[in-house]
Design a protein around this ligand. Structure first.
Ligand SMILES: Cc1cc2nc3c(=O)[nH]c(=O)nc-3n(C[C@H](O)[C@H](O)[C@H](O)COP(=O)(O)O)c2cc1C
Length: 337
């Protein structure tokens, strides 16, 4: 199967996709989300200038181990030629597709014409996409927002059509304007409107936090699939919950306490292996309080984890949680023996 055929097969399966998130969606987190049901992942965005200079940070983001598929590499920049050149270099890392970031709202990126900055010049955005498509042998997708804001009629509908004409094979739509950043509610009706005017797959993104949200987003918009970002950081089980709801209409049970502890352990161990002890523990912390939600004494456990820098220390705290959880059962067994 060609890359395009594989990608289209994924879109036909109503995929639940892990969003690209800077400093979050690294290889460790992609593996973890995949094991919980994510069909497809997109890397953190890679700056084309860093990539073309071969800087360490960009190089790290381009490493795709054999088991890290299917994954698209996302690139961002403001110069069409440099984007096209970077797409060719990124293709050598073996991703399934190249995704162009036209949605980052952060002023230091969008203000320089990259990311969502492209939405201020739709004509140039389409020409850029066309150039990138012409220069890479891989399928090219675009992730963008509904408009710069606060337009009364968002440019995305016309833009979707023109991006498809330019050879883009799929569109992911974060249903907010650039000016909204992450605030306000995502308006999925724009995904429906964009989907209606193109034949390429459209993925709806923004505020999908549960299985029912995922099903509703697909049903209300007619989009091929959903992309989940922030909810995955604290609750990566959202992928299996969305999968169950989309495929069978049934709510997947919430993770058990043991599953929550197991995930904390697995994520800590994998990050320490990948990044060394100090950094590995530090980058896992942002996930742990979400993973431990609902366990007995969660607040105290979180406090203890925040001030613990070693892997052994963190694992000991988690083992203690598990031991305390099992203690009453063990005592009861003794009484009845
Ligand atoms: C910490 C963080 C980093 C992000 N980094 C990227 C990125 O590198 N590329 C991108 O296209 N979007 C990025 N986003 C946006 C997400 O991919 C997604 O579009 C947005 O969070 C809305 O989806 P959600 O409501 O499911 O979180 C980032 C979001 C967050 C919270």
């Amino acid at each position: 199967m060609t890359n395009l055929e594989q990608l289209l097969a994924i879109y036909r399966s109503k995929p639940v996709i892990l969003a690209p998130m800077e400093d979050v969606t690294d290889v460790v987190f992609r593996r973890l989300c995949r094991s919980l049901g994510a069909h497809f992942c997109v890397t953190e965005f890679v700056n084309v200038e860093g990539l073309l200079r071969g800087c360490k940070r960009a190089k790290r983001k381009l490493v795709l181990p054999a088991d890290d598929q299917p994954t698209a590499i996302q690139i961002y920049g403001s110069d069409p030629d440099r984007l096209a050149e970077a797409a060719e270099v990124a293709a050598e890392a073996g991703p399934l597709a190249i995704d162009i970031n036209c949605g980052c709202w952060v002023p230091k990126i969008a203000g320089r014409g990259a990311g969502a900055g492209w939405l201020r010049e739709p004509e140039a955005m389409v020409a850029m996409a066309k150039l990138v498509v012409s220069r890479t042998k891989l399928p090219v997708t675009v992730k963008t927002r509904i408009g710069w804001g606060p337009e009364s009629h968002m440019p995305i509908v016309d833009l979707a059509r023109r991006l498809e004409d330019a050879g883009v094979v799929a569109l992911t739509l974060h249903c907010r304007t650039a000016q909204m950043g992450h605030s306000g509610a995502a308006d999925w009706t724009w995904a429906k409107r964009a989907r209606e005017v193109v034949s390429m797959p459209v993925i709806v993104n923004g505020d999908i936090k549960s299985g029912p949200d995922a099903l509703r987003a697909i049903t209300e918009t007619g989009c091929e699939g959903v992309m989940v970002g922030r909810r995955a950081i604290e609750h990566p089980w959202v992928f299996r919950e969305a999968r169950a709801m989309i495929d069978t209409g049934v709510d997947h049970p919430q993770p058990t306490i043991d599953e929550r502890i197991d995930l904390c352990r697995a994520h800590l161990i994998a990050n320490v292996e990948a990044r060394g002890e100090q950094y590995g523990v530090a980058v896992t912390r942002r996930h742990l309080s979400g993973y431990l939600k609902g366990i007995p004494g969660a607040a105290a456990v979180r406090q203890a984890l925040v001030v613990t820098d070693t892997l052994a220390g963190c694992l000991a705290i988690l083992d203690d949680v598990r031991a305390r959880r099992h203690a009453p059962i063990a005592q009861a067994a003794e009484v009845h023996a």
